[in-house]
Design a protein. Structure first.
Length: 358
């Protein structure tokens, strides 16, 4: 027998349905498609300065309970309608969680939260959840982590983030160049902004790379480039970067790279020292900058859930607290409403008076 030289550390190859098979079981509806198209156009118009509103990506750090997630979505839709004159609310729907070492990798990877890793089940349930949210008329946002996953549910997403750990990744820059949504690239975990700017430049160009098609077959994917890349400031390197000086430096860096001065501020992560109770202070500061004439901040991100804080995943899942994050800590729904309504009040005073330009 010849010496085996491949798959030495692989235990099994389990069957995974193709994107077409999953979409056939959870088909896109006309109502959901309309919400996706409208959400994408609204974000693009904001980035192009055709729409003076500010978009806010708000929702749970991660989805682990679709029932609680849909409860949140219904509340958010009502709030979105209330502030739609000045704010575009996009629900944060994150199914994949990057890990520094180990931990729960998200609803797609482990939907039963028991290390069974039924990715086939998780992918279909994730798509169904997105469909339910879109059918409410609410646009959705997610983080693109696995380069194959967008083939399964990308038709239900209005805005995509590339995380701090992956903005420097060639694989994710190539993937972003072919996504159908605007893409926000976060600065690196050490606070470096150049990584995100280089990512925008890269993703804006055509690429050819190895991927899969809708039948699940290996394919050479050829993209036209995505012109709606932009920066997300999330802090890093032991300090926040949402302050006036940091935003001004980001504007200068974008101008030097001949990129549109489009900046999204993440109220969570290092900008709030990973303390959810600081997120309202970050948002208040950003609204103050807009009130004082800032024209580059086009969006914000908030980690929010029905209940405040977070919780460990118990051995007995029936003990999980309803509507409480199992990953990063979040602000609760009452705080979320207050943040959004106060920001809307500020913008109603300011937006009609400002000429917003690229």
């Amino acid at each position: 027998m010849p010496t085996q030289t491949e798959n030495l550390n692989v235990l099994a190859f389990d069957h995974m349905p193709s994107p077409d098979e999953v979409k056939a079981r959870v088909p896109l509806t006309d109502r959901a498609a309309a919400a996706v198209v409208a959400g994408r156009k609204a974000v693009m118009d904001i980035l192009d300065r055709k729409d003076a509103r500010v978009f806010v990506v708000v929702g749970p750090c991660s989805i682990h309970d679709p029932v609680a997630g849909l409860d949140y979505a219904r509340r958010l839709k009502a709030l979105a309608d209330e502030v739609s004159d000045v704010l575009l609310l996009v629900m944060r729907v994150y199914f994949e969680k990057p890990r520094t070492s180990t931990g729960w990798k998200g609803f797609i990877n482990d939907p039963f939260m028991d290390d069974s890793f039924r990715i086939d089940v998780g992918m279909e349930r994730a798509r169904k959840f997105l469909l339910d949210v879109c059918e409410l008329g609410l646009p959705t946002a997610t983080e693109a982590l696995d380069p194959i996953a967008p083939q399964y549910y990308g038709d239900l997403i209005a805005w995509t983030a590339i995380g701090a750990r992956t903005s420097e990744s060639q694989t994710h820059r190539e993937m972003a160049s072919g996504l159908s949504t605007p893409v926000g690239f976060k600065n690196a975990t050490d606070g470096d902004l150049e990584v995100a700017i280089n990512a925008i430049l890269s993703a804006g160009s055509p690429h050819s790379f190895l991927g899969i098609n809708s039948q699940g077959q290996s394919a050479v994917t050829r993209t036209r480039g995505n012109r709606y890349g932009h920066v997300v400031l999330r802090g890093g390197g032991g300090r926040p970067n949402y302050d006036t000086v940091s935003v001004s430096l980001a504007e200068q860096a974008l101008a030097k790279a001949r990129l549109a001065k489009n900046i999204v501020v993440d109220c969570s992560h290092a900008n709030s020292w990973k303390k959810p109770e600081y997120q309202p202070l970050v948002m208040k500061d950003v609204m103050h900058q807009i009130r004082e004439g800032n024209q580059s901040i086009v969006g914000l991100m908030i980690e929010s859930n029905l209940e405040a804080g977070n919780q460990p995943i118990p051995a007995d899942l029936s003990q999980l607290k309803y509507g409480c994050s199992v990953t990063d800590a979040c602000v609760d729904w009452a705080t979320t409403e207050d943040m959004i309504r106060k920001s809307a009040a500020v913008l109603r005073e300011v937006l009609p008076k400002q000429e917003r330009r690229a």
